[in-house]
Design a protein around this ligand. Sequence first.
Ligand code: CUA
Length: 358
Amino acid sequence: MVVRSMTWLRARVSRGWLLLLVPAAGLFTGCNELPGARTDPANTFAYGGTMARELGDLYMMTFWWATAVFVVTMAAFFLALWRFRERPGNPIPRQVHGNTTFEVMWTIAPTLVLVIVGIPTIQKLFELEHPPAGQPPLEVEVIGHQWWWEFRYPAELGGFVTASDLHVPVGRPVQLALSSEDVVHSFWPPRLAGKRDVFPVPATTPWRKNHMWFNVAEPGIYYGQCAEFCGIQHAQMRFFVVAQPENEFLAWAQRQSQPSPNASNSEGQAAFLRGGCVACHVVNTSTPDPNQKLLGPNLAHVGSRLSLAGGTLENNDENLARWLHDPQAVKPGTKMVLPNPLSEEDIQTLVRYLRSLQ
Ligand code: CUA
């Protein structure tokens, strides 16, 4: 039987098939990249902090137990195939049904493995529910929108609102309260923590908000992605966690809590009004009303952000002009609609104005 199968297999595996293994092997070696220069920003094994490492350890523990089960089961399977293979002249073997010893063994063994994996998993789930005690966490309100992320910082930092870039201090736990303005999203910074659903929460039941925490060990930029299908631009609903040393973070927060020096530029403000931008955006965050619901991201310091259009474009003059020229062409389905197409002159003015809001 085995011999026959091998002949069948050999006849069908040509060199062409083997060539397919080369790119497949490349894919797997890609997973082994170590933290450093990131060609794999969504690699969940390149642990960026405690939460990610704890989850990764739990995953690896489960993985090795599953591997052991696979190896033992497959070894027994192939041993049986070989030991009881058909040989010329052999009579039909004795037919047996049920064997109490084996039945008991293969009930107890998987139960044991499940218990060994289950106990530390449940322990970890409870342990990771709250950030480690000792350091007061930075608390940020995260609001999901189709298709961008809004971040509201606590009152003691100035209560400012920003979008797409979540700045955090290195080493300190960050506690997020998650809710959505529209449909269900999922907040996922792959190198820092797991995924957490973000759903609409009525103002009357604020305790229903989902929470998550993480901390970041090294300064850097960590990629984030919406992980729950939420409409046509789900894939372009990204964010960046910008981890900075505490003093740099505080300096950033200080700048964010004040209006940008250029916000009152009259030429820019006139174009902002003419273009109808004011219907959905503001350029001042110094004292945001917590109940203020704007359709579009707060643009107070948009010039200092890493990306435009919720992580769709790199933030530069050329891309901003492209976006203002025709948002639907850049991100089809986006809620950003221009009441009237902007004049070329207004686009140039707005690019200068918005990019100056540092
Ligand atoms: Cu938001 Cu997918």
